[in-house]
Design a protein around this ligand. Structure first.
Ligand SMILES: Cc1ncc(COP(=O)(O)OP(=O)(O)O)c(N)n1
Ligand SMILES: Cc1ncsc1CCOP(=O)(O)O
Ligand SMILES: [Mg+2]
Length: 565
């Protein structure tokens, strides 16, 4: 079995050293264009990385919970490329299957030839195979273009009860397809059909079925017990021809189960494509489907009885989150547990008060707390921030940001490099970078940051050995920066006006620690600073911008400030 590495392929221009990130590439490309010597980058073999690849041969589900669409999403979620040969197009939604249109056999053959002859997938996974001709075509193609593993999900009846492959198909399954399979993953109904209609109602029956199906020829069998009567647990039985393994987990109560069979089989295929052994591929796939089911418990898609699982575990968080808006930097509150402890309050209480006072973004800068406490605080603060539509960033700790699903991070010149943070956090999270010079600011932009923090503008006791850049230094950085800027360092009620009065358009606000948190009442201090900031932005030229209602549920905080130019 080959080992594959999953790095992003690197683009090369002849004569240009290997470019490591998209942002760097984009920058060099733009620069080359400006220098008038652009040539289209060509891939070079030495930098190319082979990507694990699953080909799914299945039906399309217009509702996208199952079929080809589930396979694509599951493989993407598991980090594997997925190509698709479509055997049928179904009209389907959360209510049921309204129609099926089978793709002609010779066109299935053509799709198979296109993919197998050129792209050489590692693993083939099958779903809906609606005719004997299509089963035979597939078996023939696999003989011509062998793959490392074949995963057969013997789809016969949709969960809503619609026949997707009739009983006529069973002989070709038994005689041709299953003997070629490395694993077959029937549910109880499908296992029963493969065994000629024998009733399967107990875990003992599932053991019997796994063995009897194994005798037909596949190397491994996973009998799924989701439909087991009178069982609160989800029980699946795996048999490798020698040993039985019973996977038992508590049943996740959710209406959103459409596509779980396809997803499980695709995930097994994805793990095999990455190089896993069969038993660990099944284990990982089961863990993944459990996570997806649990995550999708309360998502609402469609009006029918059975909604789709959210394979990418993303839909809910995108509802709660909104894109970064530079206006968020207006009143940027940065916590400090030492100060809060001194005044006898928790991080969470401090954040609550700052938001109530008008803070437009929160950064948890916790240099002295244990990781587990930091994570708990981040989760608790995130709940509050989400209710108020205020973004929450984590200082320094990418791991805490990831684990808490915070909105982003703030990192300095000696922290994790911003391009690495971007690769770890993905395109949607907010990244801020501390910059004291125009060179820092340019690099932050190249690396994919969203904003820069610049300072210390004034001397401060909050951060040791921090060079003060003054208002002139801040202005120089702002003028050179392509990104919005927030000023930091020694800023409070007495000098916020002077900072904002610099009059550079990309200076969007001030970041403040001690002026808010080293005070008795965070709420009062935040309110006072907000008033000063509003004044300083030459009141009248400052426009209150209302956010769309779904982003913030408290109307008094449902705003940001934007300067009218
Ligand atoms: C908004 C903002 N700007 C700058 C900093 C400083 O970050 P860094 O230079 O990494 O120093 P520490 O805060 O980690 O001590 C910041 N935290 N926030
Ligand atoms: C974290 C940081 N980075 C540059 S100055 C500073 C400290 C700002 O704290 P304060 O607002 O109390 O001066
Ligand atoms: Mg830092």
């Amino acid at each position: 079995m080959a080992y594959f590495c999953t790095q992003i392929p690197v683009l090369l221009n002849p004569g240009v050293a290997c470019i490591k990130s998209f942002h760097q590439y984009r920058f060099l490309h733009i620069k080359a264009m400006q220098d008038d010597k652009v040539s289209t980058p060509t891939p070079s073999d030495e930098c190319m990385v082979r990507v694990p690849h699953v080909l799914t041969v299945a039906g399309s589900d217009s509702g996208a919970g199952a079929g080809i669409q589930a396979d694509l999403k599951a493989c993407a979620a598991r980090g594997v490329y997925c190509s698709t040969v479509i055997t049928a197009v179904t009209a389907q939604n959360t209510v049921g299957v309204q129609g099926v249109n089978i793709v002609p056999e010779d066109f299935v053959a053509e799709q198979l030839r296109s993919v197998l002859s050129d792209m050489h997938p590692d693993v083939v996974k099958t779903g809906m195979l609606p005719s004997i001709g299509i089963v035979k075509t597939l078996c023939q193609s696999l003989k011509e273009f062998p793959v490392q593993a074949l995963v057969v999900d013997p789809v016969m009846v949709s969960t809503s009860g619609h026949t997707l492959a009739g009983p006529s198909i069973l002989d070709s399954f038994r005689e041709e397809l299953l003997p070629m399979a490395d694993i077959v993953t029937p549910n109880l109904k499908e296992a029963s059909a493969l065994l000629g209609g024998v009733p399967l109602e107990t875990i003992a029956d599932m053991h019997y079925a796994a063995k009897a199906i194994h005798d037909i020829g596949p190397r491994n069998v996973l009998v799924k017990g989701g439909d087991l009567p009178a069982s609160l647990d989800a029980v699946d039985v795996f048999y490798d021809g020698k040993d039985f393994y019973v996977f038992q987990s508590s049943r996740i109560m959710t209406p959103n189960t459409h596509g779980t069979g396809c997803t499980l089989a695709s995930s097994v295929a994805a793990e095999l494509a990455k190089g896993s052994q069969m038993l660990s591929a099944v284990k990982v796939a089961k863990r993944y489907i459990e996570a997806a089911l649990s995550y999708s418990k309360n998502i609402a898609i469609g009006g029918g009885r059975q909604g789709p699982v959210d394979h990418l575990l993303k839909l809910k968080s995108n509802v709660q989150r909104r894109p970064f808006d530079p206006c968020d930097l207006f009143l940027y509150a940065v916590t400090d547990s030492r100060m809060n402890k001194r005044w006898g309050r928790s991080i969470v209480d401090a954040v609550k008060a700052a938001i109530e006072g008008g803070a437009t973004i929160i950064q948890l800068r916790e240099k002295e707390v244990e990781t587990s406490d930091f994570l708990e605080a981040a989760k608790a603060c995130l709940k509050i921030c989400r209710v108020h539509g205020v973004p929450l960033l984590i200082n320094d700790r990418i791991d805490v940001a990831l684990a808490s699903d915070a909105d982003g991070v703030h990192i300095g010149q000696s922290d994790m490099p911003a391009h690495v943070a971007r690769a770890l956090l993905g395109p949607d999270k907010i990244i801020g970078v501390s910059c004291k010079t125009p060179e820092h600011a340019l690099q932050a932009w190249i690396d994919g940051a969203d904003y820069i923090g610049s300072g210390g503008v004034y001397p401060t006791n909050t951060k040791e050995n921090n060079k003060t850049i003054g208002l002139d230094g801040l202005k120089t950085v702002c003028l050179s920066s392509k990104l919005p800027v927030v000023a930091i360092g020694g800023i409070g009620i007495s000098n916020a006006q002077a900072v904002m009065g610099l009059g550079v358009p990309n200076l969007k606000g001030v970041a403040v620690v001690s002026a808010l948190f080293d005070r008795e009442c965070v709420l009062t201090e935040t309110r006072k600073l907000l008033e000063v900031l509003k004044e300083s932005n030459q009141m009248g030229k400052l426009k209150k911008c209302w956010r769309s209602p779904h982003t913030s549920r408290q109307s008094n905080l449902n705003f940001c400030y934007q300067k009218i130019s």
